[in-house]
Design a protein around this ligand. Sequence first.
Ligand code: UDP
Length: 324
Amino acid sequence: MRCVVTGGAGFIGSYLTEHLLGRGHEVTVLDDFSTGSVRNLTGVAGNPRLRVVTGSVCDAETVAACVAGADAVYHLAAAVGVFTILDRTLGSLRTNLTGTETVLTEAGRAGARVLVASTSEVYGKNTKPGLREDDDRVLGSPLKNRWSYAEAKALDETFAHLHAVEHGLRMVIVRLFNTVGPRQSGRYGMVVPRFVDQALAGEPLTVFGTGRQSRCFCHVLDIVPALVMLLEDESAHGTVYNLGNPEPVTIEQLAQAVLTRTGSAAGIVHVPYAEAYGPGYEDMERRIPDCTRAFQAIGFRPARRLADILDSVLAERRAAVVNR
Ligand code: UDP
């Protein structure tokens, strides 16, 4: 198949690109390299079936040129990370809305199928343990910058749904719950790489808020094959799937696990949310997926647990230090 991966130089996108090339597909990566990096594609550099295009998903001409003749488009490009969203709120909103609409339109014109990467953030303040795809969103104020990411992604889902209903676009939406692993940068706020990098630097781990809030972390290598299976299985199309690991861990427990695994004695420092993110930030107490729908469709069941995740991230970071 001829595939396009938008955001293919990013954390998840680069693993997806490797996976698709490994299956014999041709891959065009479209990335603006704002948060993605050529380093993420080192393992596939020089592959004759890989084409890398530097450009924006908001630029219709560029997107049209990339998707011409494509069978499948994986739309992963987005402004991500809480720090990014809070620092560049309007720009992020535009990227996440206009980029998706452009990709959907051009992919539809080219007759390609599309996978849209959405997020567990669309559930908003719904803290129900075991969130299912049909559960309601509990909306935060549209005037709180923090919720703009959830707003954009929810509208992206609606755009995809309407392109399917009104134009017959073959599409599938995935809601990703805290995907982590090697190559993820802590620069934009993600907690696992931040804690690992802090511990390896001998710095205290910055636990925001009480640390009693929890997240479910899923290894990127459990997610990537599921993306491909959902896009390739047409009977799975036309709807949305949660993808994540159902096992919650509190942020305090995560910090302790990182300290133990690294042998760091630097400890933990608690940082109030207002100091970490600015005044009025509303964090989610928990976000636990129910992935029954993805299990029934493609047998999705993540194999890697928190220990595996931390081991893989630590191994990568230690190798980077050695190779420096
Ligand atoms: N977090 C933290 N310290 C950090 C970065 C994040 O305690 O240095 C917390 C953050 O407040 C949230 C959790 O870790 O409660 C997950 O944050 P992340 O940005 O990785 O994901 P999201 O909040 O989008 O689920």
